[in-house]
Design a protein around this ligand. Structure first.
Ligand code: PLP
Length: 463
């Protein structure tokens, strides 16, 4: 193989090393609509645009790395979930996926509810005007201060996660002269990830109270006796990045079993069940997520069928999608720096961010796709690994992807589907400055979370 100005590394399928990729796509300039936000397209000049604005202009104005969030797509997804579940169910957006005041405002306007799991998330939600009764408070170790504030402001529900918390919340509510609406989070012995779920007898994890051994039934028994609590239902969350509803089927079956036991023992039919979140999105074109409408139909059918069999009134359902709403709506824009071809392996493409703005690849072995977005290229596909600038060899953003062989420093590349768990999990590792989130809609772009500055770093470092 001859060496050019930009040696391209391995090119032919028979010399590709083992990896997480299929054959190179026919056209590297294509932007698969499955993985990109709705308004993303490539204009006649070959430059990618979002909300009608060229990424080259966005990079000039806001710098890189940066997250660009398609507001129209975000709102459309909120409406799709709300419409799919209708008036007899509640959709709670899981704020931990990505939360900012603008997001809270959009959720409020589109009629969604909001899950928070810390005092910080609660503050953001309230500050941006989310009515407290549309907020659910989660977490396996809420502090007494967090609980007190949640009860005081009147959150719609607190999801109880342990025996200690049942007593603690009851006590705090009572001392404030209140009766707090609560759900009890149970672990049903189902663990779901992507296409498979595993049904297990025991739950070896920190969340929830196990159904196994009658623990969840005992938790309900105790909660029902406490004046400070109004037990409105049972909560179950089975996993993340799930594409198939069969795990929910087993979960619903087991939760309804508990509802039946509660009815038989206490004469009480709890009015609500929450099936959690975890619905998958397309990170690469190989992923096939289901539409909210299909998911709603399947979950409603499952719960209705199980309740009929148990002769229970069908409870009100709630779901808590985080990733499925915000994930697909944003991409991360990076500038290409050093390019290092490793003969017989792949080409390492360094960008100006990395694990500080996307920890998911290092943490979960997540897969992403990537595209050259600042121009068109008809060069051959080059097997690439997109890496960051951090002092850590696991600092990988995209493990294996094809980029054009004429890629050069200064090009802009974008990683789609980074709306969830990227900015919210961003760190200051190596004193990196966490990137801004820029909302783009109808030809206008505005910063909703600004870029950190070195002054921000120094302000925290009090010497
Ligand atoms: C994380 C979480 C969610 C959201 O999960 P997604 O994968 O983002 O949909 C919903 N409910 C609970 C209880 C969670 O912990």
């Amino acid at each position: 193989m001859s060496r050019s100005a930009h040696p391209a590394g391995p090119r032919h399928a028979d010399v590709y090393p083992e990896g997480h990729y299929s054959a190179p796509p026919a056209d590297l300039n294509g932007l698969d609509e499955k993985v990109w936000a709705k308004t993303v397209t490539r204009n006649d000049a070959g430059v990618t645009t979002v909300g009608g604005i060229e990424v080259t202009r966005l990079a000039e104005e806001f710098g890189t790395p940066a997250y660009f969030l398609d507001e129209a797509d975000f709102r459309a997804r909120c409406r799709a979930w709300a419409d799919a579940f209708g008036k007899d169910a509640d959709v709670f957006y899981a704020g931990k996926a990505f939360l900012s005041r603008a997001v809270v405002k959009w959720l409020h306007e589109e009629g969604l509810n909001l899950d928070v799991c810390s005092g910080g998330e609660l503050t953001t939600a309230l500050d941006a005007g989310m009515p407290a009764d549309r907020i659910a408070f989660h977490g396996n170790n809420k502090s007494p201060e967090e609980i007190e504030r949640a009860v005081r402001v009147g959150v719609g529900r607190i999801v109880l996660d342990s025996f200690q918390e049942i007593v603690r919340v009851a006590h705090i509510a009572q001392s404030l002269g209140k009766r707090q609406r609560v759900q009890i989070r149970v672990t049903v012995g189902v663990e779901a990830h992507t296409h498979e779920f595993i049904a297990t007898a025991h739950e070896d994890q920190k969340f929830g109270i196990p159904l196994a051994g009658g623990q969840a039934a005992e938790a309900v028994r105790r909660a029902l006796q406490l004046d400070g609590l109004e037990v409105i239902g049972i909560h179950s969350h089975i996993g993340s990045q799930i594409f198939d509803t069969s795990g929910f089927e087993v979960a619903a079956h087991r939760v309804v079993g508990l509802l039946k036991q509660i009815r038989d023992e206490h004469g009480v039919e709890l009015p609500e069940i929450d099936l959690g979140g975890g619905l998958g999105i397309a990170y690469t074109p190989d992923d096939d997520p289901r539409e909210p409408h299909d998911i709603a139909k399947a979950l409603n059918e499952i719960v209705t069928r199980e309740c009929e069999a148990a002769r229970l009134r069908t409870p009100r359902i709630s779901v808590e999608p985080g990733r499925a709403i915000v994930g697909p709506t944003a991409f991360t824009l990076y500038e290409v720096g050093t390019i290092k071809p490793l003969e017989g392996l792949r080409t390492y493409v360094s960008v100006d961010g990395g694990m500080s703005d996307n920890i998911r690849t290092a943490l979960y072995d997540a897969e992403y796709s990537v595209a050259l977005v600042s121009r068109r290229s008809d060069a051959e596909p080059m097997l690439s690994r997109v890496v960051g600038k951090h002092c850590e060899s696991g600092d990988i953003v995209v493990k294996d992807a094809f980029l054009p062989a004429d890629l050069a420093p200064g090009d802009l590349i974008a990683v789609p589907a980074t709306g969830a768990y990227c900015r919210s999990m961003a760190s200051n590792y190596n004193h990196a400055l966490r990137p801004p989130v820029v909302a783009v809609a109808d030809g206008e772009a505005r910063v909703i979370v600004r870029r950190e500055t070195e002054e921000d770093l120094l302000r925290l470092d009090v010497g």
